[in-house]
Write a protein that binds this ligand. Structure first.
Ligand code: ATP
Length: 267
């Protein structure tokens, strides 16, 4: 498997992402432009933000967005799942956090993506352990160290913004929360279009429209990805290689929208 936190430039473009237009625009302004035109920011005398927090239900494009940001700005991408850095030995988790930033400093420009950020920086209340609090402090210190701008940007992602330590969202840190919502009917159409962009299909417009129907209610982007894969299997079973509407209809029957109960996340 891939070495943890290894820096690469991802192969994802804005074109691969359906819907989420305003989030894409925010990310373009917050990260892509500052990486590509640091001189403009210097000329105006402002610092670009250090990072943003993507939050929302699972499978709706947070990881995809982070990869596209790195690719569009031709920056290296370091992807970390919060829990990967946690280690039961004293001081090891903090050391792992510091190593991520050391690696980033040696591969600028760089986007660091912390998925499942809530596992790494839980709110420091009475119930949080001393060792968790030390990890939170280490990450905050590293973020503050970026304020002098070295071409390192941080994107955090979480399904549970409510359990993240608030200090993470102070100005100069991940100050901009961007909501990555479950797609509605017309957004599902755009996502299926993006997913099928380079696939062999009989009638793309007709297929994409299917994503907007009731059969796909509650589907996340990840569910639509599964739909496309299963439709491929259905086509193969018919011994054809071009996907048609009937393949999508059949495939949709075996998929249940994975984000049926949003209240689980947002009260
Ligand atoms: P998690 O919270 O589970 O990490 P996530 O929000 O990071 O989820 P992604 O990993 O970005 O979700 O999405 C999973 C897959 O679903 C993507 O690889 C892609 O195939 C598909 N997908 C999700 N959203 C979109 C979208 N807006 N456009 C195109 N494909 C999408």
């Amino acid at each position: 498997s891939k070495r943890e936190g290894f820096a690469t430039i991802p192969d994802v473009s804005w074109e691969d992402i359906g819907a989420l237009k305003s989030v894409r625009e925010e990310l373009q302004m917050a990260i892509v432009e500052p990486i590509q035109h640091p001189e403009l920011y210097a000329a105006v005398g402002i610092n670009a933000p250090t990072g943003v927090l993507l939050w929302g239900p699972p499978g709706c494009g947070k990881t995809l967005l982070a990869k596209a940001v790195a690719a569009e700005s031709k920056a290296n991408f370091i992807s970390i799942k919060g829990p990967e850095l946690l280690n039961k030995f004293v001081g090891e988790s903090e050391a792992a956090v510091r190593r991520v930033f050391t690696r980033a400093r040696s591969s600028v420009p760089c986007v660091i993506f912390f998925d499942e950020l809530d596992a790494l920086v839980p709110r420091r209340d009475d119930s949080v352990s001393e060792s968790s609090a030390r990890v939170v402090n280490t990450l905050l210190t590293e973020l503050d160290g970026l304020s002098e701008r070295q071409g390192i940007f941080v994107i955090g992602a979480t399904n549970r913004p409510d359990i993240i330590d608030e200090a993470m969202m102070r100005p100069g840190r991940l100050e901009t929360p961007l909501f990555v919502d479950l797609p509605g009917p017309s957004e599902r159409v755009e996502i299926l279009r993006a997913l099928m962009r380079s696939k062999p299909v009989e009638n793309l417009a007709q297929l994409a429209e299917f994503a907007g129907t009731e059969a796909c209610n509650g589907f996340s982007g990840a569910d639509l990805g599964a739909l496309a894969r299963k439709a491929g299997h259905c086509a193969l079973r018919r011994k054809v290689t071009k996907l048609e509407l009937q393949d999508f209809k059949l495939a949709s029957e075996s998929i249940k929208g994975s984000v049926g109960n949003m209240q689980k996340y947002y009260r």
